[in-house]
Design a protein around this ligand. Structure first.
Ligand SMILES: NC(=O)c1ccc[n+]([C@@H]2O[C@H](COP(=O)([O-])OP(=O)(O)OC[C@H]3O[C@@H](n4cnc5c(N)ncnc54)[C@H](OP(=O)(O)O)[C@@H]3O)[C@@H](O)[C@H]2O)c1
Length: 444
């Protein structure tokens, strides 16, 4: 099988190295069908450390590889949901080629159309590496659990966020300082917004949910909130209450049959298996009618780890093990809720930065009561200099000080909780809008 590789970055270079150095082993794994790196493309033809591409043609135009009749399979490792990545995948499928990609953004935005195109062409579009790096979760959902009805998918799908939250939990500093350290260490991008605002997790969740429940990709129906507002103090308060804070990606089918998808920082009981998944590790918990609970855990990113998943697709295709994946028709009954939070109920953690003066708690309680939300417990701590998130206005504006009040509220519906949060944000005694995080006690 002649492979054309587009992209020689972190993952592409690791893949090329394996295709060259591991050629004999891979030939054995494919039962004698060699995987030959026949052409590569990237933005520039610069040397890649530790990668000797002697004898492998460099093609400046990626589309020329996608259309080259000598190429059987195109691997797209560029990234981005539009632009050259999309053009390459479409052109390769239109030219009747097999395609492997690790591009979650592309799949989340255009996966249904691209998989339909692959199916029309009678070709395979494989994407094991697009979700959770080395963890073979696509294969487990598509093959291992093929006879199951899925109830729920819960994932820690973004290594950067999990690293930041773990570091804050370990006392390494404030959000901004652990982010700066993560950028230094290569665990966070220079522009971390796709990760820390939850979009990367949302892309992966959209893919997993479509596969698990059999609906078309529905990225627009993922409620998405990142971790920017979570402070080291929140992590400490959550720990006092018996919880860890994790950015969870959750898709579940409700009693009404609708699938609800959401990405949110949540409080997870510390004994939950996902609560102990730390640093850049990813994990996915699947709940299915026959199999019960399955937990998959492993490296969610990195050159070799991601190349492992790309190579698994290549080997599967080379030995004829891989069947085309269709996300719209596997279990046609699934419908996605457009407003995933609308009917969601739950307990919540609230942190309010309030002026330290009489009557504040009464004002807060009155707002909550107006929305039928009752307080389960309250935690008040003396004011501390580092109570505020970094780069927020300091306590100078509040001559009476700035005190964190932490509340836990009983079960309430999300629209009421949001309305109360909006109203609380307008109270003059609040230093900043309240932080509200869902408490996920029922994910066992
Ligand atoms: N990194 C991970 O751990 C990881 C994990 C899971 C999935 N993924 C996915 O894998 C894909 C690749 O990620 P990565 O981290 O390897 O990215 P990367 O390091 O940024 O590499 C991107 C590669 O694409 C090339 N490229 C960019 N624009 C191009 C263009 N117009 N024409 C041709 N080539 C172009 C770049 O060329 P130059 O080198 O010449 O600039 C580079 O080689 C993405 O979809 C990503 O989401 C990555």
């Amino acid at each position: 099988m002649r492979v054309g590789l587009i992209g020689l970055g972190t993952v592409g270079a690791a893949l090329a190295r394996q295709l060259i150095d591991g050629q004999e082993f891979l030939k054995h794994q494919t039962g004698g069908n060699p995987l030959t790196l026949a052409a590569v493309s990237a933005r520039s033809q610069k040397p890649r450390p530790g990668l000797d591409l002697t004898g492998v043609p460099f093609v400046a135009d990626p589309l020329a590889i996608a259309r080259d009749p000598q190429i059987d399979l195109v691997v797209e490792l560029v990234g981005g949901h539009d632009g050259i990545a999309k053009q390459v995948v479409e052109a390769a499928l239109q030219a009747g080629k097999l395609v492997v990609t690790a591009n979650k953004a592309l799949l989340a935005h255009h996966g249904s159309d691209l998989l339909a195109l692959a199916s029309q062409q009678g070709k395979i579009l494989a994407f094991e590496a697009a979700v959770a790096g080395a963890i073979p979760v696509i294969k487990v959902l598509h093959e291992g659990l093929a006879a199951n009805r899925l109830h729920r998918v819960v994932g820690i799908l973004n290594g950067t966020c999990n690293y930041l939250l773990t570091q804050m939990q370990a006392g390494a500093g404030s959000f901004d300082s652990v982010l700066a350290a993560a950028q230094q260490a290569g665990y966070a991008e220079a522009d971390p917004s796709t990760d820390i605002d939850g979009h990367d997790s949302a892309h992966k969740l959209a893919i997993l949910s479509a596969l698990a429940f059999g609906h078309p990709m529905a990225l627009q129906a993922v409620a998405c909130c990142g971790i920017r507002a979570v402070t080291a103090q929140d992590i400490t308060y959550a720990a006092e209450l018996g919880y860890h804070i994790k950015l969870l990606a959750i898709a579940e089918r409700g009693d009404d049959g609708l699938v609800r998808q959401r990405v949110q920082p949540c409080l997870l009981p510390r004994q939950h298996p996902l609560a102990g998944v730390d640093n850049v590790t990813n994990a996915v918990q699947l709940k299915a009618n026959l199999a019960g609970q399955i937990l998959l855990e492993g490296p969610g990113a990195g050159g070799d780890a991601t190349a492992s998943a790309v190579l698994a697709d290549l080997v599967d295709i080379a030995v004829g093990r891989r069947q085309p994946i269709s996300v719209a028709s596997t279990q046609p009954s699934a419908v996605v809720a457009d407003k995933p939070l609308e009917k969601l109920a739950g307990r919540c953690y609230w942190r309010l930065q309030v002026v330290d003066q009489p009557g504040v708690l009464a004002a807060v309680a009155a707002v909550l009561a107006r929305h039928q939300i009752s307080i389960e417990s309250l935690l008040q701590r003396p004011s501390q200099a580092n109570d505020l998130p970094d780069n927020r206005p300091d306590t100078q504006a509040f001559p009476n000080g700035n005190v964190p009040v932490v509340l836990v509220t009983h079960q309430a519906l999300e629209p009421a909780l949001q309305a109360a949060a909006d109203e609380l944000a307008k109270l003059p005694q609040l230093h900043q809008p309240p932080l509200r995080l869902r408490i996920e006690d029922n994910l066992a």
